[in-house]
Design a protein around this ligand. Sequence first.
Ligand code: ATP
Ligand code: MG
Length: 336
Amino acid sequence: MLVLGVETSCDETALAIVEDGRKVHANKVLSQIAKHKDWGGVIPELASRLHLEAINDLMAELFKDCDYQIEDIDAIAVSSGPGLVGSLMVGANFAKVLAWIYGKDLIEVNHLHGHVCANFIDSDLEPPLLCMLASGGHTQIIEMQSYTKMNILAETVDDAAGEAFDKVARLMGLPYPGGPHLDKLASSCEAEVPAEYKFPVAMPKSLNFSFSGLKTAVLRVKEKIGDEVWERDKVVIAKSFQQTVAQTFYRKTLAASEETGITKIVLAGGVSANSAVRAIFHDKFGGEGFELVVPSLKYCTDNAAMVASAGYFKRSDTSEFSFEVYSRVKTASVSK
Ligand SMILES: Nc1ncnc2c1ncn2[C@@H]1O[C@H](COP(=O)(O)OP(=O)(O)OP(=O)(O)O)[C@@H](O)[C@H]1O
Ligand SMILES: [Mg+2]
């Protein structure tokens, strides 16, 4: 079954063609980052306009890249939320019109389910599994007993991990979005983190996450040591911050695994591209007693291949033309 995926939830216009949820035939991602950079974040109105301007040409490019025509597609899957409502509407209306004109099934996809499904691409992974999802707007541990039912075991009580990365990177004078830049800076540090720059791993009693305290702790260090020492030491501070986030992900995921008995672990979302996060998961879950799958780097951040994959696993006999887009997570379950 060939699914065309459509993704416009934030600042990437993305389209992909995926067979049976696992084999990618074409994948196009057009990032708007350069257009938002000067504001230090995504401007919603600008994002939706840029999606609108880009999506038709991107589709032409997508089909140029593979041997298929739109007629060969069996269904169209589109992110309906969570995300920026104006941006989501562009993708949703694009997908609805295409599906209506060409008589294709239309599948509404929860964008976060898409992030989880990035792990099914190029793998033979099967549920049950635990997903540590960390993106720009979300930080969750999700239990998947099937391909479609998402049981959210943990969430962040304040900042998302990606948001914390972006804010700390900004303190360090790195460009937006700061996560990958901070990763690069931290990875260039060979020194051990000295005691005065070590941050505690916040472990609230529940499985939930909290990153606001860590972000503030970095700010306090900056205020305490002053600009000159900060400039000298920010590389090792970046390393310490990154290691603390990675440790937190690991400890919480381990606790969730012990609680559920699930030993199949996957990562998802933009922060799962982080080198320290990937390293600790490989180190701790890559050996005996666990099975680890991590998405390839290009499927960590927003893309449409993951949406097409989620659409395939969620497929049903009825098209879903009446759905509306939404900004926040509305339900823990993605199944009908
Ligand atoms: N190597 C990296 N290390 C740390 N963070 C990273 C890395 N690469 C990307 N990120 C972060 O990932 C986030 C973007 O991820 P993603 O595209 O999954 O999020 P989003 O789509 O904006 O949010 P959501 O999926 O919650 O709506 C940004 O905060 C970015 O800084
Ligand atoms: Mg995303």
